[in-house]
Write a protein that binds this ligand. Structure first.
Ligand code: FNR
Length: 188
């Protein structure tokens, strides 16, 4: 039985990232038929169309695109920067989207979890990401929407989610995500 490959994109490149800690918890909740891989976005040079027009893209672009292309589905976990998607994540989205005929995103299922210490829970980032995904033809799960606010109160020093309600909610999100992905990849 082939596993379904799920590319995990984390919108923070900070060492102590709360979003990365949440991602590690979520990865453990995925069903065994999914194989999750974090796609590192931290080494991608800023997107410049000249790289692609001249045909000499940085090696980091090739590596990221090749890995992302192998994924059957995507799961985005993102903090919010100034009510939008952090630049590092937007950069990775742009890198993966070109050359346009070879976009790594198109036709695959996805979902987004936004994470914030604040009360608005990354709503702006969550929806700006959805806007880009609409254009990029990623089939985003609509429900349940997942906005995790007050995240510092949910995590212990080892990065475990210690709030029962958050764990229960995330389990439901993961279950719905697995069901959503199944609709696109079928039985494995
Ligand atoms: C933030 N932060 C933030 N938080 C939020 O809820 N909405 C926002 O618009 C912003 N804007 C913002 C801009 C910039 C430039 C920074 C550096 C931070 C705070 C942010 O949620 C906090 O730093 C998180 O800890 C970032 O997520 P990670 O890195 O912990 O995953």
């Amino acid at each position: 039985m082939d596993k379904v490959h799920v590319g995990i994109l984390i919108g923070s490149i900070r060492k102590g990232s709360f979003t990365r800690q949440v991602a590690n918890n979520v990865i453990k909740m995925l069903p065994e038929w999914m194989e999750a891989q974090i796609l590192d976005i931290s080494g991608l040079p800023l997107y410049n169309q000249d790289f692609d027009d001249g045909g000499v893209a940085p090696e980091a672009y090739h590596a990221f695109r090749a890995l992302a292309q192998k994924q059957d589905a995507f799961l985005f976990l993102t903090p919010e920067h100034n009510r939008s998607v952090p630049a590092a994540l937007k950069n990775a989205i742009d890198v993966g989207s070109r050359p346009i005929a070879e976009s790594v995103w198109s036709g695959k299922p996805g979902a987004v979890i936004s994470v914030s210490p604040g009360a608005i829970a990354g709503f702006g980032a969550n929806h700006h990401l959805r806007q880009s995904m609409t254009f990029l033809n990623v089939y985003m799960m609509q429900q349940p929407e997942c906005y995790l606010g007050g995240i510092t109160k949910c995590l212990d020093d080892e990065g475990n989610i210690i709030r029962d309600a958050t764990n229960e909610f995330l389990s439901k999100v993961v279950e719905a995500y697995a069901f959503w992905v199944r609709r696109f990849v079928g039985e494995q």
